[in-house]
Ligand binder design. Structure first.
Ligand code: HEC
Length: 270
């Protein structure tokens, strides 16, 4: 019975946000330009991840420790409100995902490189308006601040290999979908780089440098780091930290940025 009620509420919410988007914005949420962009709109994704964080949110940091209680609360909330679109594992492949354009994001993964302030903003205000124009609902009035921070703790845990929450309350939910798998991500990246070389976007040496610096980024991601900003700001901060620590040179950091931009522009990565 409870499951049926939850599904009912979710359906109502889906219908609800469709109607709202139609009423309040003249721009249709599914623009033809977006759907014509092949891999789910690479450039659209880039614009979204580089979007400037509004003043009300910029600089916020998560006041809720990612302890067991917070992860348990976040897991329950995630199953109830988010998994229908983002999937139980937060990989963007819930049952409602197939019909949405832009598609739900693999937040288990992207949240590793997005600041507390960016995530809190996006969860609070959703996907109405530029550059998002998406079905992502605004949760600012439905969920209190602690709930939104619990969710941020949970989605970050879903995408880290140290996640105590794997198999926890949110997992094994009823929405299905993949779970974050570092080996699969590595394979996907290797394939992407082969494609980039084939298409003449990168040389072999550039692909090697990209893979090397990317591995450093992943290994040091979020370690003792301030988590503020959009993806561009986070990447810049992390690269600067790696240079300071002597893991990479400034020249390698600059080259990585250049290669990264070219891969985004070629829509080979998100
Ligand atoms: C109706 C489907 C739907 C539901 C339900 C939904 N989302 Fe989303 N969400 C999306 C879509 C589509 C996007 C991608 C477009 C965008 O960024 O606005 C997205 C984007 C996001 C982003 C931005 C990630 C990034 O990489 O920029 C976050 C964070 C997020 N969702 C969190 C949540 C959380 C937490 C919940 C549950 C409280 C939730 N979403 C529920 C559809 C949904």
């Amino acid at each position: 019975m409870k499951k049926l009620m939850i599904i009912g509420i979710l359906l109502l919410m889906l219908v609800g946000c469709g109607a709202e988007a139609g009423e309040e914005t003249a721009v249709p949420t599914n623009t033809p330009t977006d759907s014509g962009m092949g891999m789910g709109g690479g450039m659209g994704m880039m614009a979204r991840h580089m979007a400037p964080i509004p003043e009300d949110y910029a600089g916020l940091s998560n006041p809720v420790a990612a302890d067991e209680e917070s992860l348990a609360r976040g897991g329950d909330l995630f199953t109830t409100y988010c998994a229908s679109c983002h999937g139980d594992g937060g990989m963007g492949d819930g049952p409602a995902a197939a019909t949405l354009d832009p598609a739900p994001v693999a937040i288990a993964h992207t949240s590793q490189m997005l600041g507390d302030d960016y995530l809190f903003w996006r969860i609070s205000e959703g996907g109405q308006g530029d550059p998002f124009n998406s079905a992502m609902p605004a949760w600012g009035s439905a969920l209190d601040e602690q709930a939104r921070w619990d969710l941020i703790n949970y989605i970050r845990a879903l995408g880290s290999d140290t996640a105590p929450s794997m198999g926890g309350p949110g997992m094994g939910g009823m929405m299905g979908g993949r779970t974050y798998d570092p080996a699969a991500e590595a394979t996907r990246q290797a394939e992407m780089l082969v494609q980039a070389i084939e298409q003449g976007v990168l040389t072999q040496a550039e692909a090697d440098l990209f893979a090397e610096v990317h591995a450093e980024l992943e290994a040091n991601m979020t370690r003792g780091m301030q988590m503020q900003g959009n993806m561009g700001q986070m990447q810049a901060a992390l690269l600067a930290q790696l240079v300071d620590l002597g893991h990479i040179t400034q020249a390698q950091a600059d080259q990585f940025n250049d290669i990264h931009t070219r891969l985004l522009e070629a829509e080979l990565m998100q």
